[in-house]
Write a protein that binds this ligand. Structure first.
Ligand code: AGP
Length: 370
């Protein structure tokens, strides 16, 4: 096992550090920047299904569901196809309206999640075209789908999903750009600029790992006795906030909630006092001014702010108690980059609390029963 951990203390830390490679592997053979194309046979062979779809429904659980939410932002922005994202467990039991004009995308790291499998079977029975985004090759979900794309992130052993999540985001980004280019919603110049930027994302993840590894350890030390956390983000980073909160609660057993930052004033603001740590994802290209006022509201109530900001940020950084810098990216890529320090922060808080990071209590790597 020590050898499999490659010198890291836990699989989770190893998998966090593998992300420059796993994201690169997800794009390998698909993102061909010199030729100006995205090659994805699963999409291309069924392009008419996507082109004629009334809507895309994404079904998943847990972290994969968070990836699905970001997929909704991506596909709606770049391909202008309506997307709905559903928890598989809700979808399967609510007699959903599905027709043969729907494309259903299931996202699952393991490809074995019982609820996702059952929801897919239902969609298939009702005539939808079903597409899988799985990490485990030849898994049950991969086998029953009409087509799909593997994430190729490599085996994920830690129960808390890390590299599978960023690989799922990478696949969803490729799908959104490919569909948008094909249906004319994404012009050539913008397409070229986005795919060149995507190609450089593994480098940016590497940079973030180097610049935030020690920093997140130091921040974590100050929060080992916290009992609650709020995670806030807007737009693409709202699901990244949900994912940050899930990571923390899974492995450290600290209660954490993710919220769209603007929803704070509709309830969670009542919780804020000097004992409430708030992680806020505040890149420049994501409704920055609005986030600035959220931070002002938090500081007025003495909440402890841990801000994830772009390099060179001034306004939020001046108010935050802790600042984690990430490189500037287009908004659509920011959840990939911002998730990395949040994974590290959750990891180190859990380690310092003495928790079993790779095998948290009550959790299984894949939930094969209801
Ligand atoms: C992630 O950290 C969790 N352990 C969990 O939410 C997981 O994402 C969920 O059970 C879905 O699993 P899947 O992707 O294998 O279907």
């Amino acid at each position: 096992e020590q050898i499999e951990k490659g010198g890291y203390e836990h699989f989770m830390l190893k998998e966090i550090f593998e992300q420059p490679k796993s994201v690169h592997d997800t794009m390998r053979g698909r993102l061909l920047v010199d030729e100006g194309i995205i090659k994805m046979a699963g999409i291309w062979d069924h392009i008419e299904k996507f082109k004629n779809a009334n809507r895309i429904i994404i079904i998943a659980c847990g972290t994969s569901w968070h990836a699905g939410l970001i997929g909704e932002y991506l596909i709606e922005e770049y391909a202008r196809i309506p997307v709905e994202v559903e928890y598989a467990s809700e979808f399967r039991y609510r007699n959903p309206i599905i027709t043969d004009k729907d494309v259903v995308i299931a996202i699952s790291q393991s490809g074995e999640t019982a609820d996702t499998m059952a929801a897919l079977k239902l969609a298939k029975e009702k005539g939808a075209f079903i597409y899988g985004i799985c990490n485990v090759v030849d898994s049950s979900i991969a086998r029953i789908t009409d087509a799909g794309s593997y994430t190729h992130a490599g085996p994920e052993i830690g129960v808390a999903s890390t590299k599978a999540f960023t690989a799922q985001l990478t696949i969803l980004t490729l799908i959104a750009f490919k569909l948008g280019k094909h249906n004319g919603n994404l012009g050539n110049a913008e397409f070229m600029s986005l795919i060149s930027e995507l190609e450089a994302i593994p480098k940016k993840i590497e940079e973030v790992l180097n610049t935030t590894h020690e920093l997140t350890q130091n921040i974590a030390k100050d929060f080992i006795n916290a009992t609650n956390f709020l995670y806030l983000g807007r737009g693409y980073n709202y699901p990244a906030a949900l994912e940050g909160a899930l990571k923390l609660k899974e492995i450290s057993y600290i209660h954490a909630e993710g919220y769209p930052a603007a929803e704070m004033k509709h309830g969670p603001i009542a919780l804020i006092d000097e004992n409430m740590p708030i992680v806020i994802i505040a890149p420049k290209k994501g409704h920055y001014d609005k986030i600035v006022s959220n931070v002002q509201e938090i500081k007025a109530r003495k909440g402890k702010v841990i801000a994830v900001v772009n390099k060179g940020d001034e306004q939020v950084s001046a108010m935050a108690d802790y600042v984690i810098e990430i490189p500037v990216t287009s908004e659509c890529f920011s959840p990939i980059v911002a998730s990395v320090p949040l994974q590290l922060l959750a990891y180190y808080i859990a380690v310092y609390r003495g928790a079993n990071v790779d095998q948290p209590r009550n959790l299984a790597k894949s939930v094969t029963v209801e």
